[in-house]
Design a protein around this ligand. Structure first.
Ligand SMILES: Cc1cc2nc3c(=O)[nH]c(=O)nc-3n(C[C@H](O)[C@H](O)[C@H](O)COP(=O)(O)O)c2cc1C
Length: 189
């Protein structure tokens, strides 16, 4: 099978990583994968925070955990009760993608950042790295400690964090994938 197709079909969300650091050259390649995603009107409305400082990822996770546990019981409460709760699944690195709307409709900026995140996940698979696409790292932005994240991630004014990708060498082997949903394709012509 074609290597690119094999990579796309082989990607999985990895939630257990080795401590081995991800080399800077690979992180640079993955940022390029993000930067070469398609964007509406070619605007490239993103900013990439490449984090290898686990203390920063730990603080984001703690901030989210505290925030979730301060809310009435909900879908995330059970997970957040775990003292080992970590939005980034204890990965040694993560890339956080922020977007700037400006005069771009928000739906396009979100789509552009999502495209970058998926490209990074596919690139990681091609490089033998595990990845996990993450949206749940930003609950705490609306909490009392929310502003801290913007400065810790060096996010420029006017940008909002939308997605993150955790990255590292996989420390798990996943079994069969869930079957793909059927009968959701129409061929016209
Ligand atoms: C927009 C989006 C948000 C996601 N957020 C999270 C998340 O916060 N935490 C997580 O562990 N996985 C997250 N995922 C990963 C999905 O759970 C995962 O892709 C899905 O279960 C299918 O598994 P697979 O990636 O192995 O095919 C997210 C995926 C997408 C596309």
């Amino acid at each position: 099978m074609n290597e690119t197709i094999k990579t796309i079909l082989g990607r999985r969300s990895i939630r257990k990583y080795k401590d081995t650091p991800v080399p800077r050259e690979l992180l640079d390649i993955l940022v390029d994968c993000g930067k070469f995603a398609a964007t509406a009107r070619g605007i490239q409305p993103w900013f990439f925070s490449v984090v290898t400082d686990r203390a920063v990822l730990d603080r984001i996770s703690k901030c989210n955990r505290d925030f979730i546990l301060s809310l009435p019981e909900g879908a995330m409460t059970e997970r957040a009760r775990d003292p080992a709760f970590d939005n980034f699944h204890h990965a040694p690195a993560a890339i956080i993608i922020s977007g700037c709307c400006g005069d771009n409709p928000e739906e396009f900026t979100i789509a552009d950042c999502a495209n970058a995140a998926e490209n990074i996940c596919i690139g990681a698979e091609a490089l033998g790295l595990g990845s996990c696409y993450i949206a749940s790292f930003k609950f705490c932005l609306s909490g009392p400690d929310g502003d801290w994240m913007y400065s810790a991630l060096k996010i420029p004014n006017g940008y909002e964090p939308y997605y993150a990708v955790s990255l590292g060498y996989p420390d798990e082997t996943l079994g069969e994938r869930a079957p793909r949903r059927e009968n959701l394709v129409a061929y016209i012509g």
